[in-house]
Design a protein around this ligand. Structure first.
Ligand code: AR6
Length: 167
């Protein structure tokens, strides 16, 4: 099954890479970003500090410190501001650039949180459609196992609906 959806804490997963919903500074924050840095320990932050910055929609990679994953791919989602600031394209870019980075590092399994749907307030249904469509499109040409990791019930329900009958 190349695409699955689960309800879980992403830091607990044993996959090649987990994706972090970071901010431009890469210095950590709240939400899933805070949890990843807390569980992964200081080496992730050290590597992020060396990288220094990530543009919205782009992605960078570090090792995963104390986590069971091998890598953390940090991507920066758009802040929702009504859809007038290219948010849709930027969110697509987050998924696509994270997947490209995964392929470049020979990663075979990757877990995504629901990027931008927390602090950054992207409407959940729209964000889920973008995530699912972008991933589906990408894996047509790449051999990757993708796990959507939902944390709240609403996202879990939306992803299940969107992926029903897919696998
Ligand atoms: N595992 C999986 N998903 C989680 C976890 C977890 N342990 N914890 C929260 N989520 P957010 P954003 C979900 O706010 O909207 C940070 O301060 C959460 O339920 O983490 O992209 C950064 O530094 C939500 O569905 O990320 C940025 O400043 C999803 O992760 C800013 O927040 C994303 O919520 C990024 O905001």
């Amino acid at each position: 099954m190349p695409i699955t959806v689960i309800k879980a804490d992403i830091t607990k997963l044993k996959v090649d890479a987990i994706v972090n919903a970071a901010n431009n500074s890469l210095l950590g924050g709240g939400g899933v970003d805070g949890v990843i840095h807390k569980a992964g320990g200081p080496t992730i932050l050290e590597e992020c500090t060396k990288i220094g910055w990530c543009k919205t929609g782009e992605a960078v990679i570090t090792t995963a410190g104390l986590l069971d994953a091998k890598y953390v791919i940090h991507t920066v989602g758009p802040v929702w501001s009504g859809g007038v600031n290219d948010e849709e394209l930027l969110l697509q870019n987050c998924y696509r650039n994270s997947l490209k980075l995964a392929v470049a590092h020979k990663i075979k399994s990757i877990a995504f949180p629901n990027i931008s749907t927390g602090v950054y307030r992207y409407p959940k249904f729209d964000a889920a459609k973008i995530a699912v469509n972008t991933v589906k499109d990408f894996i047509k040409e790449h051999n990757l196992q993708v796990i959507f990791v939902c944390f709240d019930e609403e996202n879990y329900y939306l992803y299940q609906c969107l992926l029903k009958g897919e696998n």
